[in-house]
Design a protein. Structure first.
Length: 202
């Protein structure tokens, strides 16, 4: 459960100008986190009764600011280049849905853990920035979280995260590579993701 709570606090997205990379990105992470938590609190009763009600909130607040294609390329590695364009888009769609439902489940368990934001080391001209946070726990040590963002046409987009020193993209890459080796192709992975997503979101 702890892992899902941590994921809930760190799957936030940011957008905005790069006028001052560090301060702008930090403020936007804080604002977006607050917006998601506020939406959850406002709709919690309905969401607890029907988890599907949380998905549109995640879609609206969080996901537009993730670069899922870049994440998908990184997750699949060399296998990405072997896919036809339509299969690449199928994978992106299923990977996106996987993160939607994972985030939605995690948010249901989030109960207001304090998030500490560390000073950001970035120059005004930087087009990539790392936002470091610590999620305080009632019992145990704070959980370190790093957000990796880059500027895309004037807005910040998330392309990876590190959660408790575990690289999210690398973790999925290892898991998916194992499935691909077992199945012999990426199509099997896409099919399994699709089946899992459909079952979970019914």
């Amino acid at each position: 459960m702890l892992g899902r709570i941590v994921l809930a606090t760190c799957l936030v997205a940011v957008t905005g100008s790069g006028r001052c990379a560090g301060s702008d990105a930090l403020q936007l992470v804080q604002d977006t986190t607050a917006r998601m938590v506020q939406a959850l609190d406002k709709n919690r009763k309905a969401i607890v009764a029907d988890e599907n009600r949380l998905y549109p909130l995640v879609e609206e607040i969080i996901l537009p600011h993730f670069d899922f294609e870049r994440m998908s390329r990184s997750v699949l590695g060399r296998y990405w280049r072997d896919l036809a364009p339509e299969d690449q888009q199928r994978f992106v769609a299923e990977f996106r849905t996987l993160l939607v439902r994972t985030y939605a489940t995690a948010m249901l368990e989030y109960s207001g853990q304090k998030i500490v934001y560390l000073p950001v080391r970035a120059k005004a001209e930087d087009v990539e920035v790392t936002i470091q946070t610590r999620v305080q726990q009632a019992s145990g040590f704070p959980i370190p979280i790093d957000y990796f963002l880059y500027q895309d046409s004037g807005r910040w987009r998330v392309y990876n995260m590190s959660i408790d020193d575990v690289d999210l993209v690398l973790n999925y890459r290892t898991s998916f590579a194992r499935t691909i080796r077992e199945d012999g192709n990426v199509s099997g992975l896409i099919a399994k993701l699709h089946e899992s997503n459909q079952q979970a979101m019914q």
